[in-house]
Design a protein around this ligand. Structure first.
Ligand SMILES: N[C@@H](CCC(=O)N[C@@H](CS)C(=O)NCC(=O)O)C(=O)O
Length: 232
C-alpha cells in the first residue's frame, strides 16, 4: 500500500502554487482519484518516480490557483514540455511515447486494436456499475463483468488483458479496486463468483509493484466514492 509518510503532502486552498515550467515534469493528482491513480500506476510501472514529481491536491479544498494550472481543474494533469494536459487514458499513451521504461502498449497490432477497444470499454463498465449501485439494472453490470471475463481469455500468454501487463490493466485496476468491495457491501454481489479469470487477474494485479505503490486505505476510497459519486 502507498505510504503517506513517503509521499508529497496534499496541497489545499492554503498552499502556495508550486513552481511551474522549470523543466521538471509534474503530475497533478489526488491520492483517492481513480483516474489520477491510472497515471500514477503507469508512472511507477515505467520507473519514473524520480523523474516526474507528484503534486497531490485536495479535491475537497482545492487550491484556487489550480484552475490557472489546468483550466478544467480536474486531476490528473501532467506538466511536461511547457504544457499541462489531462485525461487519464490520453496520459497513459503520452507517458508511453514521451518517457523511457517498460512499454504500456504492445507493438503487436492485434493486441493494440484490442487495447483500444477495452480501454474504451472501461468507461462502459464504470457506468454500468455506478448505475447498478444507484438502483439500476443488475443485467448491465453482469453483462459488463462477463465481457471482462471473456476479454481476459483472449490472449493466453499471461493473466492480464493483453497477456502481459499493459495500459488496459491500468485502465481497469483503480475501478475494480473500488467496485469489488462496494458491490459486496452495498449489494452483496461477488464479482469473482463464477469468473475465475477475473479472480486470477485481481490476484496477479496485486503482485505488480507499480500498482501496489498506489493503493490507498480502502475504507477511505470507498467512503469517498460513496459520497462523491453515489451521494450516500
Ligand atoms: N475524464 C477524466 C476524469 C477526471 C476526473 O473526473 N477527476 C475528478 C476526480 S476523481 C476531478 O478532478 N474532479 C474535479 C473536482 O473534484 O473538483 C480523466 O479520465 O482524467
Amino acid at each position: 500500500m502507498a505510504k503517506i509518510e513517503n509521499l508529497p503532502p496534499i496541497l489545499d486552498s492554503t498552499s502556495e502554487k508550486p513552481t511551474q515550467f522549470d523543466g521538471k515534469p509534474r503530475l497533478y493528482t489526488a491520492y483517492t482519484c481513480p483516474y489520477a491513480q491510472r497515471v500514477w500506476i503507469a508512472m511507477n510501472y515505467k520507473g519514473l518516480q524520480d523523474e516526474i514529481q507528484l503534486v497531490p491536491i485536495s479535491l475537497n479544498d482545492k487550491p484556487t490557483w489550480y484552475k490557472d494550472v489546468y483550466p478544467p481543474a480536474k486531476v490528473p494533469a501532467l506538466e511536461h514540455n511547457n504544457k499541462v494536459t489531462g485525461e487519464s487514458l490520453d496520459l497513459l499513451k503520452y507517458l508511453d511515447t514521451h518517457f523511457e521504461g517498460p512499454k504500456l502498449f504492445p507493438d503487436d497490432p492485434a493486441k493494440n486494436e484490442f487495447a483500444e477497444e477495452m480501454m474504451a470499454y472501461a468507461g462502459t463498465f464504470g457506468g454500468a456499475t455506478v448505475s447498478y449501485l444507484k438502483g439500476g439494472s443488475e443485467g448491465d453490470l453482469v453483462a459488463a463483468l462477463d465481457k471482462i471475463e471473456e476479454a481476459l481469455s483472449k490472449f493466453d500468454d499471461g493473466p492480464f488483458f493483453l497477456g502481459q501487463f499493459s495500459a488496459v490493466d491500468i485502465a481497469f485496476a483503480p475501478f475494480v479496486e473500488r467496485f469489488q468491495p462496494l458491490l459486496l457491501e452495498l449489494k452483496n454481489y461477488h464479482i469473482t463468483s463464477g469468473r475465475p479469470k477475473l479472480a486470477t487477474w485481481i490476484e496477479e494485479l496485486n503482485k505488480v509493484d507499480g500498482y501496489i505503490q498506489t493503493k490507498w486505505d480502502i475504507n477511505e476510497l470507498t467512503s469517498s466514492f460513496k459520497k462523491r459519486v453515489l451521494g450516500l
